[in-house]
Ligand binder design. Structure first.
Ligand SMILES: Cc1cc2nc3c(=O)[nH]c(=O)nc-3n(C[C@H](O)[C@H](O)[C@H](O)COP(=O)(O)OP(=O)(O)OC[C@H]3O[C@@H](n4cnc5c(N)ncnc54)[C@H](O)[C@@H]3O)c2cc1C
Length: 233
């Protein structure tokens, strides 16, 4: 973590909604118009509030930005766990043209260097920050990028990730559904790549903690693991 990872905390932006999509089950993808002049490192997150909306309960949520600035849009994605919170009910009721405020983006979860192999491990909705990093590395054919994406239900963005894998053979996604299959997949990568790679782990805190512990038990040095705990889940 560096001080520069937090400079974005001083940035406040009024975002304009372009669309709110509900592509699968309880998953929502919210697209904002590209905020002119704003940039961010893929993997960073922002603090979102809903101006002028009465929100039952906590009035803000943190979401990772799921897009890279090169896409000319700002995306977030979330899962509406039952019971759907007051914040998410208010968020999903918005429409095109409505405003959402964001502090950031900022954060430490980002690609650390230009050459070493990248192993992205997404626990469920942890795909959001990882999607942004995959879009950043989409055309990078110099190094291997692996994605281990675990979800017990839907693999959000799967079609798009498969398209990227077709056009860049250096990008290899693995979709897993259970804890054992997920563990087996990332530990196999750890065995093959060892400390030559950097491991990025994002998602629910319990899963991130467990994955990080297993990686360390399998000889991956702490300095080669970057975490993003989605606190609040
Ligand atoms: C760095 C970072 C990045 C993040 N990125 C993302 C992201 O990209 N996408 C994302 O979706 N989230 C992300 N989060 C988490 C996000 O900020 C929220 O905490 C999360 O989405 C849950 O919010 P919620 O409004 O659904 O649930 P909350 O209202 O905050 O409740 C938390 C949990 O308790 C459960 N709950 C609440 N009330 C009850 C009740 N009465 N009975 C039973 N269960 C209940 C909810 O179902 C939920 O699972 C991130 C967090 C951090 C710190």
């Amino acid at each position: 973590m560096k001080i520069t990872d937090f400079t974005g905390i001083f940035s406040r932006t009024s975002l304009t909604i372009d669309s709110i999509d509900n592509p699968h089950d309880d998953y929502y993808v919210i697209t904002f118009d590209y905020p002119e002049g704003l940039t961010w490192d893929p993997g960073e997150h922002g603090i979102f509030t809903l101006p002028g909306k009465k929100v039952k309960g906590r009035s803000f949520r943190i979401f990772s930005v799921a897009s890279s600035p090169s896409e000319n849009k700002l995306l977030i994605a979330t899962h509406a766990n039952e019971p759907v919170s007051g914040f998410k009910q208010a968020l999903f009721s918005l429409s095109k043209g409505d405003k959402v405020n964001m502090v950031g983006p900022f954060g430490w979860y980002k690609v650390k260097d230009a050459t070493s192999p990248v192993v992205l491990i997404a626990a469920g909705i942890g795909i959001t920050a990882n999607r942004a990093m995959i879009k950043q590395l989409e055309h990078d054919t110099r190094r291997d990028v692996f994605l281990v994406y675990s979800s017990s239900d839907t693999h959000l963005f799967k079609e798009e990730l498969d398209r990227i894998a077709l056009s860049n053979p250096k990008f290899r996604p693995f979709y897993t559904t259970g804890r054992d299959q997920t563990r087996e997949t990332y530990l196999k990568l750890a065995e093959n790549l060892g400390n030559d790679a950097t491991y990025y782990v994002a998602g629910k805190p319990k899963s991130v903690k467990d994955i990080s512990k297993r990686l360390r038990e399998n000889n991956i040095n702490f300095t080669h693991i970057v975490f993003d705990y989605y606190l609040g889940y």
